[in-house]
Write a protein that binds this ligand. Structure first.
Ligand SMILES: [Zn+2]
Ligand SMILES: [Zn+2]
Length: 338
């Protein structure tokens, strides 16, 4: 059984592991597809503050249930599933108020505990979500990245009244774009790269802005009857954008942050108060994979085109090299463990 391990920062290893047995309340999933995320690259480079080494990485994975532990109900061997990598304690304050994604005892598969880059993985039964039999595993494995987008738009609210400005046309920006379109919003995507902007148009952007040639604040001034975007999502994770976002947002606007930089951001108190802006952080997802799976199943989301390359698990090193050396050729690279 193949598994992909980061032994220590900069040290990626594809090795043979042993098939796990399910503990009580767990199921074993035979992983078919697993997506590589920017945070996997950060763990490889030692720049993820939460990772503990050695670590089997991977938190976007789908496959088939092959074994059930004791006390597992509602799921059967042979079920096709996607796994929610967020494991929470269920009794701390955030868990009690429905915010299990910021649990005080949070464990994310592939970060705090071993993840899904292996042919067989034991996971809590509570974290598996059944997918329709005819849903390709590659598509099912996209449910986790889309749950990130669903979570931030759940936190900010998003609907047909909204004019959404999305900073960044990378994987995060493109998933936020598709979920915001599904919710009926007008979507504007800003990026510094022409090819990425063209890609955003293909995924449904109503308008794109090349933010080097065309500074964003002036470019969006006329939007929403001259009030500016009602919703701004930072899919680029750049601290300096927060001040700009506050200045260009509409009164009663909302700003959603997804970046994880520790650098401080400047912020005008006057802008926030004068316009009653709402600024929210969004981390991982709070049990939103079932909703995303529904969107995928009824084709309200149709992101198959996001999968740019699939590598055999044995070639994981080459997959990581491609993402790092030619990022412009990749949007979502997946590994095949089947
Ligand atoms: Zn991720
Ligand atoms: Zn908790």
């Amino acid at each position: 059984m193949l598994e992909v391990l980061v032994r220590a920062p900069q040290s990626l290893e594809v090795r043979q592991g042993t098939i796990p047995q399910p503990g009580a309340g767990e199921v074993v999933v035979h992983v078919s597809r697993a997506g590589i995320c920017g945070s996997d690259i950060h763990i490889l480079h030692g720049s993820n503050p939460f990772a503990v080494y050695p670590r089997i990485i991977g938190h976007e994975f789908a496959g088939t249930v092959t074994a059930l532990g004791r006390n597992v109900t509602g799921i059967a061997t042979g079920d096709r599933v996607v796994v929610d990598p967020v494991v929470s304690c269920g009794h701390c304050y955030p868990c009690r108020v429905g915010r299990s994604n910021v649990c005080a005892n949070l464990e994310v598969m592939g970060v705090h505990r071993d993840g899904g880059f292996r042919a067989f993985v034991a996971v809590p039964a509570a974290n598996v979500i059944s997918v329709p039999r005819d849903m390709p595993f590659g598509l099912a494995a996209l449910a986790e990245p889309f749950s990130i987008a669903a979570n931030v738009l759940d936190r900010t609210g998003c609907g047909p009244e909204d004019t959404v400005l999305i900073y960044g046309a990378g994987t995060v920006g493109v998933t936020v774009l598709q979920v915001a379109k599904l919710k009926g919003a007008r979507c504007i995507v800003a990026d510094i790269d022409e090819a990425r902007l063209e890609r955003a148009l293909r995924f449904g952007a109503d308008r794109v802005i090349h933010s080097v040639r065309d500074p964003v604040p002036a470019a969006v001034r006329a939007e929403n009857d001259g009030l500016g975007p009602t919703l701004v999502i930072d899919g680029a994770g750049i601290p300096a954008l927060l001040d700009e976002a506050c200045r260009l947002a509409s009164p009663a606007g909302r700003i959603g942050l997804l970046g994880f930089s520790d650098a401080p951001s400047n912020l005008s108190q006057q802008e926030v108060v004068r316009k009653e802006l709402t600024i929210v952080g969004s981390r991982l997802n709070r049990r939103l994979l079932p909703r995303v799976v529904e969107w995928l199943a009824d084709k309200r989301l149709d992101p198959q085109g996001m999968i740019t390359q699939v590598f055999a698990a044995a070639d994981a090193r080459a997959a990581f090299d491609l993402i790092e050396k030619e990022p412009e050729r990749t949007l979502k690279v997946q590994l095949d463990f089947s």
